[in-house]
Write a protein that binds this ligand. Structure first.
Ligand code: PLP
Length: 374
């Protein structure tokens, strides 16, 4: 019997090495990795620039704690907020932690305890982030949950307006619900959220843990909407495989997170911030983001041509194939044919290749998908 808790449903393959989009298992079988470690490997597996950064930084300094000044964190914060309306960053180790920081910041700043979240959302597995998550299967068995969250239907303006009262301090949403089915915020809903937040002084928290860092073809997904978040959370793609999370906030929020208000031992350690800086050096380059958009257009066009019966949803390289049946068996068949995929909700096949994926690899993936779905 395994010494691990059985809390994950694991596929019975052991991946032992990877390069770019390709991973190899313990039987030397190769797969196209269209999961990217669930939207993590922005630059693919073992990218030479990241390997070099890890090698160099690991010879210098790994960890200092946040007792001391951190030039690496300062530089990374600058890179994240550059040319945005954000002013400050806080570093942690995961998406859930980034969301915990956002929830604490919003509650302390507004003095109000209610945060609106949405059905089918996913914000993480810690207690606050789990309570924020609008999926019963994630919360089941852990009640009573935090009463902070008021969950309403996604993209339903009427329900949202009806949920707003004096107790509401913040609205928290994903621009595209990644885990919940690759559901995109509609322009009308984004406008309604923005209007409500600005007219009532309600803070807007955007969870870009999955959509951020180039995944949707822009640095952040909110840039493709009218949303002007007060707080944004990041993780996954930021470290390209090295654990790091971040919360960004506007200058108005700075003093709410004064000394002693929040913290974490490992958050933003020199090794993690060095890797993230290397990731941003690649991903935030205009040509890189343009290439992501081009690959996305190519991928979407080809999916629509080859699989005309299936709606294609999502943006950039966070795409979904909506199926009329549960997709779990398709995921297994694709794996057998050499393509790793992950579901989003019961009926959507999620496509999350590394942002460095090539057109040939997209073609190969579509060939496998066509064989399975047609
Ligand atoms: N928020 C979103 C939108 C996510 O997709 C995830 C993870 O899938 C999380 C938060 C939680 O991130 P982590 O697993 O790093 O805690």
């Amino acid at each position: 019997m395994s010494a691990l808790f059985p809390n994950y449903t694991r596929r019975p393959i052991q991946l032992i090495k990877g390069k770019g989009t390709i991973v190899t298992d313990s039987n030397e079988k190769e797969y196209l990795d269209f999961t990217s470690g669930i939207a993590v490997l922005s630059l693919g597996h073992t990218h030479s620039a990241i390997v070099e950064t890890i090698n160099q930084q690991s010879e210098k300094l790994w960890h200092t704690s946040n007792l001391f000044e951190s030039p690496g964190q300062e530089q990374l914060a600058e890179s994240l907020v550059k040319d945005t309306h954000f002013a400050h960053a806080f570093f942690c180790n995961s998406g859930a932690e980034a969301n915990e920081a956002a929830i604490k910041l919003a509650r302390k700043h507004t003095g109000k305890h209610v945060i609106i979240t949405f059905e089918q959302s996913f914000h993480g597995r810690t207690f606050g982030a789990m309570s924020a998550t609008g999926q019963e299967k994630v919360r089941k068995g852990f009640g009573p949950l935090l009463e902070t969250f008021r969950t309403v239907s996604f993209n339903d303006v009427e329900q949202l307006e009806a949920a707003i009262d004096e107790e509401v301090g913040a609205i928290m949403l994903e621009v595209i619900q990644g885990e919940g089915g690759v559901n995109q915020v509609t322009p009308a809903f984004a406008q309604a959220i923005e209007d409500i937040c600005r007219s009532k002084g309600i803070l807007l928290i955007v969870d870009e843990v999955q959509t951020g860092i180039g995944r949707t073809g822009t640095r952040y997904a909110y840039e493709q909407t009218v949303l002007q978040p007060d707080i944004m959370t990041l993780a996954k793609g930021l470290g390209g495989g090295f654990p790091i999370g971040a919360m960004l906030g506007t200058s108005a929020l700075r003093d709410t997170f004064g000394p002693g208000s929040h913290g974490t031992t490992f958050g933003g350690n020199p090794l993690a911030v060095a890797v993230a800086q290397t990731v941003l050096g690649h991903v935030f380059a205009t040509e890189f983001l343009e290439a992501v958009q081009e690959k996305s257009n190519y991928f979407i066009d080809k999916l629509k041509t080859e699989l005309p019966a299936y709606p294609i949803v999502g943006s950039g390289l966070l795409l979904g194939i909506v199926c009329p049946v549960e997709v779990a068996p398709y995921i297994v068949q694709a794996e057998q044919a050499g393509l790793l995929l992950v579901a989003a909700g019961p009926n959507v096949i999620r496509l999350l290749p590394p942002l460095t994926v090539t057109a040939e690899e997209i073609d190969q993936a579509i060939d496998i998908l066509s064989t399975i779905l047609l």
